[in-house]
Design a binder for this molecule. Structure first.
Ligand code: ATP
Length: 218
């Protein structure tokens, strides 16, 4: 599903964030990406969504080589890969519905389909009934669930999350991780970067550990 072949990333200022990383995520699998601060977790996720380009190596999403993808194909790639970040980057001057609908509007979906998809995505994350609210009126955990609904609305086959529970207390963090686990059980491939080593243990899921930009254990 997602395959990295000897991937390296050296930022322009000269810092090597990743070095010779190879991994292969099987379709439908769920992994946690762990490692110390600065180990390269966010960099790996940015490379997988073509937000950054690697300095060496190749990345494949299914049959498509992300590292060679022409610019015009990037929006298509981003629709197939759902992303969730710690600071969920919601638009605070729009409703919950509009936040989730945005990507579908940009993609030119007809109004009725947008409505159905958005409602289904909000219901999957337990936020039915909140669609007309402003995100600011929701709790941190609820806002993160809006971000997850937004990532899911395109029905991605791969879901990447970068510290999605970093700002949440223990109980809310578990709820959000349980949601990712549910999507995995429905067949979505999931990769979650986290500092919280309790989560892979609690859910009995494998870790991909980075250390100084290299794979430590799988
Ligand atoms: N845009 C950038 N320009 C220069 N250096 C960068 C850039 N982004 C990241 N780095 C450096 O690359 C290394 C890896 O950073 P990265 O954010 O991938 O680590 P991380 O494991 O996600 O860390 P954290 O857990 O703190 O988020 C760090 O040393 C960081 O300072």
């Amino acid at each position: 599903m997602l395959r990295l072949d000897r991937v390296s990333k050296r930022y322009p200022q000269g810092h090597t964030a990743l070095q010779g990383v190879s991994l292969d995520l099987a379709p439908g699998s769920m992994h946690f990406l762990t490692g110390h601060s600065g180990a390269g977790k966010s960099t790996l996720l940015k490379l997988a969504t073509a937000m950054e380009r690697p300095s060496g190596g190749r990345i494949f999403f299914g049959d498509e080589e992300i590292t060679r993808i022409p610019r015009r194909r990037i929006p298509h790639l981003r629709r197939a890969i759902g992303t969730v970040f710690q600071d969920h980057k919601l638009l605070y001057d729009r409703t919950v519905f509009d936040n989730v609908a945005l990507a579908l509007r940009v993609a030119g979906f007809p109004h009725r389909r947008i409505r159905g998809r958005v409602q289904a995505a909000l219901s999957k994350v337990g936020l039915e009934g909140h669609q007309n609210k402003a995100p600011i009126t929701l709790s941190g955990g609820e806002q993160q669930r809006v971000a997850i609904a937004r990532a899911l609305v395109n029905k991605p086959s791969l879901l990447l999350a970068d510290e999605p529970t970093g700002n949440l207390d223990h109980k809310l963090a578990n709820e959000v991780m349980n949601l990712f686990h549910e999507f995995h059980q429905f067949g979505v491939t999931v990769l979650v970067a986290t500092h919280d080593l309790g989560q892979p243990e609690r859910l009995g899921l494998p870790q991909i550990q980075l250390q100084e930009g290299q794979l430590a254990a799988q």
